[in-house]
Design a protein around this ligand. Structure first.
Ligand SMILES: [Zn+2]
Length: 213
């Protein structure tokens, strides 16, 4: 049962991220169950998890609908938050850097030395997961769990994924990540803070044109 539920969760997540289930649309639980050849129970379990991911929302007595894509205003708000915590955290990570954290940062960067050449859903998903892991790692290394939990709660990578899935801008992202990691590894707090700030500003500016008002 657990395996079925996890599998349904994975498939439903992909359907939402790919916009096979359109943003803001009602989810037909029986229809999904039929499509995936499972009973309604694992679909309901998956929807409960997706609700905590911010990808679906419960409609009182009426089931679930997919959440809307972020608007320009919501992206601005989200990035204002990220700009307040992540450059600071990158600076902090640089000031407390250890041999173990250098290895962890290098290992994460090595998972994507360049952008995936194929532009299919799975490779884009892997790249987005790498981006999420790197930002998470830097926050973790900075050592403040409250900040880390607040960041996780935004689900910023899932939201960005839905907006940006059909446009690709990986090369810049990789260069910006390298600049931030290089500064952290060299214990250069000022440069780490600046590199993270620039990366987030560029990332916001890449997303904004893709969003509606
Ligand atoms: Zn990034």
């Amino acid at each position: 049962m657990r395996v079925v539920s996890a599998d349904v969760y994975g498939k439903l997540t992909a359907m939402i991220l790919r916009n096979d289930l359109l943003p803001g649309s009602r989810i037909n639980i029986d229809g999904i169950a039929q499509l995936l050849r499972v009973s309604a129970t694992p679909v309901r379990e998956a929807l409960a998890r997706l609700e905590s991911d911010g990808l679906v929302t419960k409609i009182h007595l009426k089931g679930y609908r997919t959440t809307n894509l972020l608007t320009k205003r919501e992206i601005d708000d989200l990035y204002e938050f990220r700009l307040r915590i992540e450059p600071f955290s990158a600076a902090r990570a640089a000031s407390v850097v250890s041999a173990a954290s250098i290895t962890a940062l290098k290992d994460e960067l090595a998972t994507f030395p360049s952008v995936p050449t194929s532009s299919n859903f799975d490779s884009y998903k892997e790249f987005s997961a790498h981006d999420a892991r790197l930002h998470h790692l830097i926050l973790e290394l900075s050592g403040n769990d409250v900040i880390l939990r607040a960041f996780e709660h935004t689900h910023c990578h899932l939201h960005a994924f839905r907006l940006a899935y059909d446009s690709r801008s990986g090369h810049e992202t990789i260069d910006e990540h390298k600049a931030a990691v290089d500064a952290i590894i060299n214990s250069d707090s000022a440069r780490a803070e600046e590199a993270m700030r620039r990366h987030l500003e560029h990332s916001r500016d890449r997303l904004l044109p893709l969003a509606n008002d």
